[in-house]
Design a binder for this molecule. Structure first.
Ligand SMILES: C[S@@+](CC[C@H](N)C(=O)[O-])C[C@H]1O[C@@H](n2cnc3c(N)ncnc32)[C@H](O)[C@@H]1O
Length: 346
């Protein structure tokens, strides 16, 4: 049976989680804390939430903090979740980038799955890449780098192992992908093939941390993670993601998510049932407004666009406009630093 939590203890657990992960628990989530943390408390001989909070404060036993964070994250995911971003990758983004690779204008396609959970999102992307590469031979395996990060140790362990059974192997995975990209691993489980796994690097990363050392990307996915954060932190993550995208780079959110009102720097691109958010700049790839009818035109990076969600178009307030310019300036500085680094790396 779950241990009961008092209102004050619940508030302190909430503060801990907010401080460490920015995950924000609403007032009605006391039962969730009780059910998710009781097992950990039992395993560590902590009789009540008061003892758990003291142990967290003392930082003893080691590893308790990560276990608590791990237990309080929601790791729901599936293969090809929402479908549309993977269609966009297959039908619009990859063909354009393959053209650039063939023309010698691009060396790599870099993707960051920024809350990857047990790995279905990055592995789905790698499968699509290999599938498209069969008809577009300019796309060689080594052209694709996927970085997949999450805060939770346990989901990362599953993702790295790349072995799935039960519901996890079934949810969202078409039978032909199971046949082509997995090998049997015993007990009804299946292991992702080596050529798919080789394209993905998994790392532990907290979205609270600076993105500056992450490098720059053509695609960043922050899907179904911003929903757990308060508006200020959502905006902070999106600003940092904007800074880590190359010009013309693409941000994917979950199908039920949209940019917060007045979030500068991204153009909303709609193709069929797919929506993505493109960093303003001079994209060379197909998603550019000039090349594609029905696309909100990206403006130069020094004048970031305001991209409200579908249906509403509030004008940017002077305060927003000033913030947007500062963000753009910072992005330009970061871009220059990256360009310099790239030059010295050669
Ligand atoms: C619901 S899953 C989404 C998985 C995948 N993106 C998808 O759309 O299927 C959310 C993930 O976000 C991770 N997460 C939550 N807070 C985080 C933070 N502050 N930094 C990094 N990852 C975080 C959780 O551990 C969890 O695995």
């Amino acid at each position: 049976m779950a241990t009961t939590i008092t209102t004050r203890e619940f508030d302190r657990i909430r503060e801990f989680l907010q401080r460490e992960t920015s995950i924000s628990l609403t007032d009605d989530k006391a039962y969730l804390v009780e059910t998710r943390l009781s097992e950990i408390m039992k395993a560590h001989g902590l009789p009540d939430f008061g003892a758990l909070l003291s142990a967290l404060q003392a930082g003893q036993p080691r590893g308790l903090r990560d276990l608590v964070i791990d237990a309080m994250t929601t790791n729901e995911t599936l293969w090809f979740r929402d479908g549309a971003p993977f269609d966009a990758f297959r039908e619009h983004l990859l063909p354009a980038w393959a053209g650039e690779i063939a023309a010698g204008k691009r060396q790599k396609i870099r993707i960051w799955s920024a809350a990857c959970s047990t790995g279905q999102e990055p592995y789905s992307l790698a499968m699509v890449y290999h599938e498209v590469a069969r008809r577009l031979p300019a796309l060689r395996p080594e052209h694709l780098d996927i970085l997949a990060t999450d805060l939770s140790d346990s989901v990362l362990a599953t993702a790295k192992a790349g072995i799935y059974g039960g519901m996890a192997i079934q949810r969202g995975l078409p039978a032909e992908y199971l046949d082509r990209w997995f090998v049997p691993a015993g007990d009804g489980r299946h292991e992702v093939r080596r050529e798919i796994r080789d394209r993905v690097v998994f790392r532990k990363f907290n979205l609270r941390d600076s993105f500056i050392m992450m490098g720059s990307f053509d695609i960043i996915l922050t899907r179904y993670v911003l929903i757990y954060f308060q508006d200020d932190f959502k905006r902070e993550v999106l600003r940092k993601a904007h800074g880590a995208l190359d010009k013309g780079g693409v941000l994917f959110l979950g199908a039920s998510e949209s940019l917060p009102d007045g979030m500068p720097g991204f153009a909303v691109v709609r193709r069929g049932r797919t929506t993505w958010y493109q960093k303003a700049g001079n994209p060379t790839a197909a998603p550019s407004a000039a090349a594609a009818p029905g696309v909100a035109a990206p403006r130069p990076a020094s004048r970031p666009v305001t991209s409200p969600p579908a249906g509403s178009a509030p004008p940017a307030s002077p305060a927003n406009a000033a913030g947007a310019t500062a963000a753009a300036d910072l992005n330009e500085v970061l871009q220059k630093l990256r360009d310099l680094n790239a030059k010295y790396d050669k």
